[in-house]
Design a protein around this ligand. Structure first.
Ligand SMILES: NC(=O)c1ccc[n+]([C@@H]2O[C@H](COP(=O)([O-])OP(=O)(O)OC[C@H]3O[C@@H](n4cnc5c(N)ncnc54)[C@H](O)[C@@H]3O)[C@@H](O)[C@H]2O)c1
Length: 324
């Protein structure tokens, strides 16, 4: 069962699961940001079932969890700024929603819960690369709610012996991603013939990981029965500077005529986040050692694929809104 299975990452997990000899893959999603189009390929497979429902509707959730044996819990709200404006909603979906999944999993005797956490649990990097022992000082409601979900997972493993694994994703990118985030915004602007706008001096770094690698580590986590209660970073281990990212997008899109521009808006202006992270580079040795995880898609190759996809879908999916 994949909660949030109609979303960007969840739908790739569904695709990956279908490569295996699984009897059924259940998508549980309220379609608040997920899309049926994300499951276009998957729906050709008769093993896929879609249930429209919220993780906040525990009765409905329980009925569906009864039919599952492993859960990959991806459903969440992940808008940083809207969570700052409305932390209660973020709390409900990300914390209460996760607790509901764990309660149902325990009651229904589920074998394992994989939890989609986030590198946002670290807050500003104190050192690089950030390993799993890095201080946990989230400075956005989203990071706080993701961390709370993680702590509930660990607690359920320790207190009730429920097998849970938390995966702290870095910046996930790839086909089906249309958020208003740095790579998607740069891509959209460049495909529209406009310069990417770099906030600050562009030396901020981000750890990008391809969505197919994220889907794969979800499967590795499902297969491994010796890591209950563990938390793993999921990134590439490489930091890309935002100004380099802008040039990569320009070059890959074949628009060498465009030059990025620099701006220094105040927080909340032009979509800039307050407390913007300076650096995010994850140490992935633990996942390599304990799960046998190795990112397989090089960023330049993944970016080529992403830009091709974005070009194909641009007019259909992006009409100016941050989420379509
Ligand atoms: N995309 C990233 O870079 C990134 C980074 C770190 C962590 N994550 C985590 O990965 C997970 C998946 O994120 P994504 O990028 O695919 O986002 P997404 O918005 O595409 O997917 C989230 C899915 O959850 C569904 N959903 C939201 N609220 C729900 C509810 N109450 N009940 C049922 N379904 C609900 C949405 O409809 C959507 O399909 C999230 O838990 C997110 O916090 C993502």
């Amino acid at each position: 069962m994949v909660t949030g299975g109609a979303g960007f990452i969840g739908s790739h997990i569904v695709d990956e699961l279908l490569k295996y000899d699984v009897k059924r893959v259940i998508v549980y999603d309220n379609f608040s940001s997920g899309k049926i189009e994300n499951l276009r390929e998957a729906l050709r497979d008769p093993r896929v079932r879609i249930v429209r429902g919220s993780v906040l509707n525990i009765r409905r959730l329980m009925r569906v969890v009864k039919a599952a044996d492993v859960i990959s819990h991806q459903a969440a709200q992940l808008e940083i700024i809207s969570a700052i404006m409305n932390p209660d909603r973020d709390l409900r979906i990300n914390i209460q929603g996760t607790l509901n999944v764990l309660k149902c999993a325990l009651k229904c005797g589920i074998k394992k819960v994989i939890y989609a956490s986030s590198a946002a649990v670290y807050g500003q990097a104190q050192y690089l690369p950030q390993d799993e022992n890095h201080p946990l000082r989230p400075h956005w409601p989203y990071g706080v709610s993701k961390l709370a979900g993680e702590r509930y997972c660990i607690m359920y493993s320790e207190l009730y012996n429920l097998d849970t694994i938390s995966l702290r994703y870095g910046i996930v990118y790839g086909p089906r991603e249309w958020y208003g985030r740095v790579l998607t915004i740069f891509t959209k602007r460049v495909l529209d013939g406009q310069p990417p706008i770099i906030f600050g001096d562009g030396t901020q770094t981000r750890d990008f990981i391809h969505v197919k690698d994220v889907a794969r580590i979800n499967i590795l986590a499902m297969e491994n029965d010796d890591v209950s209660g563990e938390v793993f970073n999921v990134g590439s281990g490489v930091g890309i500077r935002i100004k380099d990212l802008a040039y990569k997008v320009i070059k890959t899109a074949g628009r060498d005529d465009i030059e990025p521009i620099y701006a220094d808006p105040k927080p909340f202006e032009m979509g800039r986040k307050p407390g913007e992270l300076q650096h995010l580079v994850l140490d992935i040795k633990k996942a390599q050692k304990m799960l046998g995880f190795k990112p397989s898609i090089d960023f330049d190759e993944g970016l080529r694929e992403y830009i091709e996809w974005a070009r194909k879908w641009k007019d259909v999916w992006w009409r100016g809104e941050p989420r379509v």
